[in-house]
Ligand binder design. Structure first.
Ligand SMILES: C[S@@+](CC[C@H](N)C(=O)[O-])C[C@H]1O[C@@H](n2cnc3c(N)ncnc32)[C@H](O)[C@@H]1O
Length: 181
């Protein structure tokens, strides 16, 4: 199992400075439209979930899942301030199970997969949630995940039925967009 990022460390990468380098609206706009249901697996304090909630609009929904209650507490407070709390369905999960049963239009796991105790299982669970045409974006931090390890993750995704769609350039990250097929 990878090392799980402690909640107090999240303020180091989930802050205004990050917005200068990583703009969720630009990263997700090719894949996310108003009205969609989106899964943010390992949402942390909501850097992406809140932007996604704005992008899906009042008719859409973001299912934001994390194993640390403190992450979800901060996400809830931020979502309330951003006036998107009603679009965010924040849920605590266990390390070995996301326990999401809904089908979604888009899923993202941003800087998360390497922390999962069983990566093939984590990927399979997300694959199970995808509607037939849905896409799934994985972004892993270059600082912690080598090119070889990222290749292993894509191979594991392929084995559970998710094929490579594209490889977007995302700063500090190794990224891929996958699709069932
Ligand atoms: C480095 S943080 C990234 C948070 C967020 N995705 C972002 O981009 O700011 C990783 C997050 O994944 C969560 N996490 C780690 N393993 C997980 C698992 N097996 N299931 C769900 N969440 C997990 C951690 O609690 C932490 O909030």
């Amino acid at each position: 199992m990878g090392h799980v990022c402690p909640w107090w460390h999240a303020f180091a990468f989930d802050n205004q400075l990050r917005r200068l380098f990583l703009k969720p609206e630009r990263i997700f706009s090719p894949h996310v439209d108003p009205g969609m249901t989106v899964l943010d697996a390992g949402c942390g304090m909501g850097f992406n979930a809140i932007a996604l909630a704005r992008m899906v609009g009042p008719e859409g929904r973001v299912i934001a899942v994390d194993l640390q209650p403190k992450m979800l507490d901060v996400l809830g407070a931020r979502a309330r301030r951003a006036r998107v709390l009603d679009r965010i369905d924040a849920r605590r999960c266990e390390a070995d199970s996301l326990d999401v049963t809904e089908k979604v239009d888009f899923a993202v796991a941003f800087w998360v997969v390497h922390e999962a105790p069983d990566i093939p299982r984590f990927l399979a669970e997300i694959g199970f949630c995808l509607k037939p045409t849905a896409k799934f974006m994985i972004a892993e931090p270059k600082a912690h995940v080598s090119a070889d390890d990222f290749g292993d993750t894509l191979a594991a995704a392929d084995r559970v039925g998710m094929r490579l769609h594209s490889q977007p350039r995302i700063r500090f990250s190794r990224a891929a967009v996958l699709q069932r097929g």
